[in-house]
Write a protein that binds this ligand. Structure first.
Ligand SMILES: Nc1nc2c(ncn2[C@@H]2O[C@H](COP(=O)(O)OP(=O)(O)OP(=O)(O)O)[C@@H](O)[C@H]2O)c(=O)[nH]1
Ligand SMILES: [Mg+2]
Length: 452
């Protein structure tokens, strides 16, 4: 294996054999343990030509699967003329090295495959930076460990494919280059993040923010497009596809909910079981919307055989990235694919308030709209207030930031009935103005003192 080959872990168009070691309680699908890896491999553009499974009590320290299985794997590779072997498990660098030595092919583990998918699909500047950093952090130590190993067995002298190392000096230079590159990437990411944080903060001040989150392929982008299109007639413009990780960066649009109410809706990158933790860390920024949103719409593909496990993964990742503040509302999507309602009923019982829907047929979209509207309204109040008609700054603020329901001019004063977000009201109070609040209403019922 040359250094070039291990640096280029991309598997597009390559013929692949899939391998999984089934360990006790590893959470894999008992009916089809390699289903998700097959989708990932397909998304990465490789061709899956065969698969190998082994049940193990614990992994083999040297080769993860048993020695005999590695031999079997080599024969399978020869028979199918495969160029790459992809493991559903995460392997240590030395395990990868040991297997590669026997089968004389490139070996990738699940995390490397996911990183490869992210690398080929990242479109925005920010996503590219984050993927590059994650790759340096995950892949580079593995290259190093493997080279150390190869150096030892080859006695430092480069002798043919599989044993050609860059030499100690080269390694040292490489390491310094990588360190410098990592530092530079981190700086750039910090800059982009700073900008993003300011954007998110500004949006949060002005609008109630809603964020679609969920397992990859659950239908988030389709829900995003359907809601934006039904509200405004304009295309949502989010790319939706039956591939894992179709979306790799966040997209935000104003969602006009009718009656003057609007919220900001964001579509985000999907989650997956055992997401490489470097990637979780770097995508935290991409998921900033989710962390700071007022409401999370958790989209679940309720027709998926692993729906329960996907739900748990999503809850865990949300906790991991610190998205613990926003309220979560569960959308049970793809009900059009259900052949019977038993699974749906289980979810509805376990999660009162969850909404069955289909982004494809648009069934249930109205219920989603109602739920979001009532959540968003929980954050607004109706007020009647009186202020001097010369108080231009305050009037300007209210005209722009509140929904003015009625205005009456009398002498030097103007009386306004408004609906305003609680956050905006705080801002308004902080501004200082001539306004006197005549009445405060919540959901139409008078509350709070008169003549404050
Ligand atoms: N039958 C059916 N298919 C749906 C529904 N919602 C989405 N899909 C399909 O599911 C696939 C994935 O949809 P996306 O909207 O791309 O899913 P996503 O959650 O954004 O996925 P990632 O961006 O990859 O994380 C697409 O082929 C959609 O057409 C639905 O309600 N019913
Ligand atoms: Mg998407």
């Amino acid at each position: 294996m040359t250094q070039m080959q291990r640096e280029e872990l991309t598997v597009q168009q390559e013929r692949a054999i899939l391998v999984v070691a089934l360990l006790p309680n590893d959470g894999s699908d008992p009916h089809d343990p390699l289903a998700e890896l097959r989708s990932l491999v397909d998304t990465a553009g490789a061709i899956c030509c065969d698969q190998l499974m082994q049940k193990l009590r614990k992994p083999n320290a040297k080769t993860f699967i048993g020695k005999g299985k590695v031999e079997e794997l080599k024969i399978m590779c020869d028979v199918h003329d495969a160029q790459v072997v992809i493991f559903d498990n995460d392997l240590s660098p030395s395990q990868i090295g040991n297997i590669e030595k026997v089968i004389e092919r490139k070996v990738l583990d699940r995390s490397e495959l996911i990183l490869d998918i992210f690398a080929t699909r990242a479109r925005t500047h920010e996503a590219r930076l984050q993927v590059e950093l994650a790759q340096l952090e995950y892949t580079y130590p593995r290259l190093r460990a493997m080279w150390d190993h190869l150096e030892r067995i080859a006695g430092g002298s480069p002798v043919g494919i599989g044993t050609r190392g860059p030499g100690e000096q080269q390694l040292e230079i490489d390491r310094r280059i990588v360190q410098r590159k990592k530092a530079q990437l981190k700086r750039e990411i910090k800059e982009v993040q700073g900008r993003k944080t300011r954007e998110v903060n500004a949006r949060n001040k002005d609008f109630y923010t809603v964020c679609l989150v969920g397992y990859t392929n659950a239908g988030k982008s389709t829900v995003f497009n359907a809601t934006i299109e039904s509200a405004s007639g304009q295309e949502g413009g989010a790319y939706a596809d039956d591939k894992l990780f179709a979306t790799l960066s966040t997209r935000t649009r104003k969602w006009d909910m009718g009656g003057g109410d609007a919220v900001m809706l964001s579509d985000t990158v999907g989650f997956v079981r055992n997401l490489p933790h470097h990637l979780v860390a770097s995508f935290k920024a991409t998921l900033e919307e989710a962390i700071h949103a007022d409401l999370l719409l958790v989209v679940l593909d309720v027709s998926h055989p692993r729906a329960q496990q996907q739900y748990r993964t999503v809850m865990d990742v949300l906790d991991d990235i610190g998205a613990t503040k926003p309220k979560r509302l569960l959308l049970l999507n793809k009900t059009d694919l259900l052949t019977h309602n038993a699974d749906l009923l289980v979810f509805q019982q376990e999660h009162p308030g969850s909404i069955p829907m289909s982004a494809k047929t648009q069934a249930g979209l109205d219920a989603v709209l109602d739920a979001v509207r009532s959540e968003a309204k929980g954050g607004t109040v109706e007020l009647e207030l009186q202020l001097a008609n010369t108080d231009g700054k305050a009037i300007h603020f209210l005209e722009n930031r509140a929904n003015v329901l009625e205005r009456t001019y009398e002498g030097n004063t103007v009386t306004m009935s408004i609906r305003i977000g609680k956050r905006q009201l705080d801002q308004f109070h902080a501004m200082g103005s001539t306004a006197v609040i005549l009445g405060e209403y919540d959901d139409g019922s008078p509350k709070g003192g008169w003549g404050r």
